[in-house]
Ligand binder design. Structure first.
Ligand code: NAP
Ligand code: FE
Length: 360
C-alpha cells in the first residue's frame, strides 16, 4: 500500500508559485520556525511577500530536537491568536513542532497528552517548507519530540499529521553549513536504506529508494566541496523528499532507535547519530536483505565495498562518552521503542549493547 495525502511542490521558486494553495488553507497562519533558519534561508521573506496581508503570527521558539514545552507554547499561541493553519519553516525540528502544534491546538492537548495519538481527532492544516535536506518530514506523518523532564526523545505518527502542502525549494538549503549538510544527507540516506530493511517495506517505491541513494552518493561530496552548487543541492533535496516518502510507508527501525539516546545524552546531531551506526546496521541486516541492498547499489553500478569506502571518506565522528552505565540504562529504552517492531531480524539487547560498544 502507498498512501501520501500531501501535495508536493518541488523546485526553484516553489513557494511564490504556491501562493494560492497556501492562502486557500486558512485565514491566519501560525508560522513555526527556529532561531534563524527561516530568515537565513530566505524562505520567510518570500512567504511574507504575499502572506503579510493575513497578519500571520510568527513563533520562532523551536530548538533542535524540539521539546514538548515549545509545542504547548505554540499551541497556546495558535488558539489565543485565532490562527487556523500552521506553516512550519526550517529543518525537521520546526517541521515536526509545527505538526505537533497543529494536533495539540486542534485537540486541546496538555503536555502529558502530546504522545496520546488516540486523542488525535482533528488537525489544523499544515504547510511544511524544509530548509535542510535530510528528514523528509515535509512528506511524513511523524513528529519526533523530546520530553526534557525525563531526557527522552521519541516520535509518533498519525495520518492527520501529514502536511497538506510540502513546498520544497532547494535554494533554501544553500545557506547550510558543511556539517548540517553532511548530517542531514546521512539522515536521508538512513531513511532510504531503512525503507529496504523495514518489515513494512513497500516495493512500489523501491525505484524512488534506489534513485535517492544514487543522488546522495553522487551529489553529497559535490555539495560539501561546493556549497553553492544548486544542482547538487537540488539532488539532495530530492533525495531527502524520497527518504520521507519512504519512511512514511515503511517507518524507521533500530537504526533510528539506537541514535535517539546518543542525541539526548551527548547532543549528537540526529543524522550523525544514524551515520555512526550505519555500517554496524548494514552488517546486522545485510544477511537478511542482501538482495535488496545489492539491487539498490546495482541500480547505479555500485557495490557494498564501494559504499563502505564512500562512507569512510566522510569521516563521521561524534564526541561521546559511552560507558557500561550508559549502555545498561539505554538498551532497555531502545528495546522499548516503537520502531523495533520493524526490524528485519529480531534485535536482542546484546545486539544493541554490541553496537553501542563499537562506539566506545
Ligand atoms: P534541525 O534540528 O531542524 O536544524 C539543525 C540546525 O540547522 C539548526 O541550528 C537550524 O537553525 C539550522 N538550519 C536549518 N536550516 C538552515 C538553513 N537553510 N541555513 C542555515 N542553517 C539552517 O535539523 P534537521 O536535521 O533537519 O532535523 C532534525 C530533527 O528532525 C530531529 O529532531 C529528528 O529526530 C527529526 N526527524 C524527523 C523525521 C520525520 O519524519 N518527522 C525524520 C527524521 C528526523 P535554527 O535553529 O534557526 O532552526
Ligand atoms: Fe531521521
Amino acid at each position: 500500500m502507498y498512501y501520501l495525502p500531501t501535495r508536493i511542490i518541488f523546485g526553484e521558486h516553489a513557494l511564490p508559485s504556491s501562493q494560492a494553495q497556501i492562502a486557500g488553507l486558512g485565514s491566519k497562519a501560525l508560522i513555526v520556525t527556529g532561531k534563524s533558519s527561516a530568515a537565513r534561508s530566505g524562505a520567510l521573506d518570500e512567504l511574507l511577500n504575499f502572506l503579510a496581508v493575513q497578519n500571520p503570527v510568527i513563533y520562532d521558539g523551536i530548538s533542535e530536537n524540539p521539546h514538548l514545552e515549545s509545542v504547548v507554547t505554540g499551541a497556546d499561541l495558535m488558539r489565543e491568536q485565532d490562527c487556523d493553519y500552521v506553516i512550519g519553516i526550517g529543518g525537521g525540528s520546526p517541521l515536526d513542532a509545527a505538526k505537533a502544534i497543529s494536533l495539540a491546538a486542534a485537540n486541546k492537548l496538555g503536555i502529558d497528552d502530546i504522545y496520546r495519538t488516540d486523542l488525535f481527532k482533528r488537525a489544523f492544516p499544515i504547510v511544511a517548507v524544509p530548509t535542510t535536506s535530510g528528514t523528509g518530514s515535509e512528506a511524513t506523518q511523524y513528529a519526533v519530540l523530546t520530553d526534557s523532564r525525563i531526557g527522552k526523545k521519541a516520535g509518533w505518527g498519525h495520518a492527520l499529521a501529514f502536511p497538506a502542502l510540502a513546498i520544497v525549494d532547494p535554494r533554501y538549503t544553500l545557506s547550510l553549513s558543511y556539517h548540517v549538510t553532511l548530517n542531514t544527507a546521512i539522515d536521508a540516506l538512513s531513511h532510504l536504506l531503512e525503507g529496504l530493511y523495514s518489515r513494512l517495506r513497500e516495493p512500489l517505491i523501491f525505484p524512488l529508494i534506489h534513485k535517492g541513494i544514487e543522488l546522495i552518493v553522487k551529489h553529497l561530496p559535490i555539495a560539501l566541496n561546493d556549497p553553492q552548487n544548486l544542482e547538487a543541492r537540488t539532488a539532495l533535496s530530492q533525495a531527502s523528499l524520497y527518504g520521507g516518502m519512504t519512511i512514511a510507508q515503511g517507518s524507521t527501525t533500530l537504526q533510528h532507535s539506537i541514535g535517539y539516546p546518543l542525541t539526548t545524552a551527548f547532543n549528537v546531531p540526529h543524522g550523525l547519530a544514524n551515520g555512526i551506526v550505519m555500517k554496524q546496521m548494514m552488517e546486522l541486516y545485510w544477511p537478511e536483505v542482501d538482495g535488496l541492498i545489492d539491487s539498490a547499489f546495482g541500480s547505479f553500478d555500485y557495490n557494498l565495498q564501494q559504499f563502505y569506502d564512500w562512507l569512510d571518506k566522510l569521516e563521521l565522528r561524534a564526541e561521546m562518552r559511552i560507558d557500561e552505565d550508559f549502555i545498561a540504562s539505554k538498551v532497555p529504552e531502545v528495546m522499548a521503542s516503537r520502531n523495533m517492531a520493524n526490524n528485519p531480524v529480531l534485535a536482542s539487547p546484546d545486539d544493541v549493547a554490541k553496537i553501542y560498544r563499537s562506539l566506545m
